[in-house]
Design a protein around this ligand. Structure first.
Ligand code: ZN
Length: 210
């Protein structure tokens, strides 16, 4: 078993005060940093994605132009490449990040699998090269990019856990629906505390089949 962590879109524009700020976003940033500081041994590699849109165009209809955004498929301008809104939240410590993934250049992209590294490597290829079989997913937002990334990871044959205390959604109802959909598709919903406790038990030799 080789496990990776996906940190989805923990960026200034998706956290409080950002163009598309999600309540609880800053707490997610700090929580992910805490988990990696306490348990760096949990993950063989860490992938962090950023929405990274073009400046000066509507990114394939992703940015609302002539009408108000519908917050389903059109959005306020956000995460424009090179702006502070596109940067990681300052509470997210990125020293543990192995692969920085950018997505959404000129088009909508909700799943981390739609992105690449700066060198053009795809997430699927990197997972295969590293022999990753299991993925934990944290980040923003539950009802959009976390959902899409989780469903894609399952499609890629990964065993997936969504760490429910380290995600935050745009809207409550859709976030609940997204969690139910991810669980139905095969994702395990777990807290970071439970995951860390399991790992400690396994380290102590008292684990069962993990
Ligand atoms: Zn976007």
């Amino acid at each position: 078993m080789t496990r990776a962590l996906f940190i989805i879109d923990v960026q200034n524009d998706f956290t409080e005060g950002g163009a598309l700020g999600v309540d609880g976003g800053s707490a997610v940033a700090a929580g992910v940093t805490g988990l990696l500081a306490r348990h760096p041994e949990l993950y063989s590699s860490v992938f962090a994605s950023r929405d990274w849109h073009d400046i000066g165009n509507d990114n394939g209809g992703h940015f609302a132009r002539d009408a108000a955004p519908d917050y389903v498929s059109t959005w306020p301008v956000h995460c424009v490449a090179g702006t502070s809104g596109a940067e990681y939240h300052p509470a997210l410590a990125t020293d543990a990040v192995t692969f920085h993934i950018r997505k959404g250049q000129g088009k909508p992209a909700y799943s981390i699998f739609e992105g690449t590294t700066e060198a053009g490597e795809t997430v699927g290829a990197l997972l295969a090269a590293r022999g990753v079989t299991d993925i934990d997913i944290v980040g923003l937002a539950t009802d959009h990019c976390v959902r899409a990334s989780t469903l894609d990871a399952l499609e890629h044959g990964q065993h997936v856990r969504v760490l429910t205390d380290l995600i935050a959604g745009v809207a409550a109802g859709p976030s609940e629906a997204a969690l139910a959909e991810m669980a139905h598709a095969g994702a395990v919903l777990a807290t970071s505390h439970a995951v860390a406790t399991d790992a400690e038990r396994a380290d102590a030799g008292t684990g069962t089949d993990s």
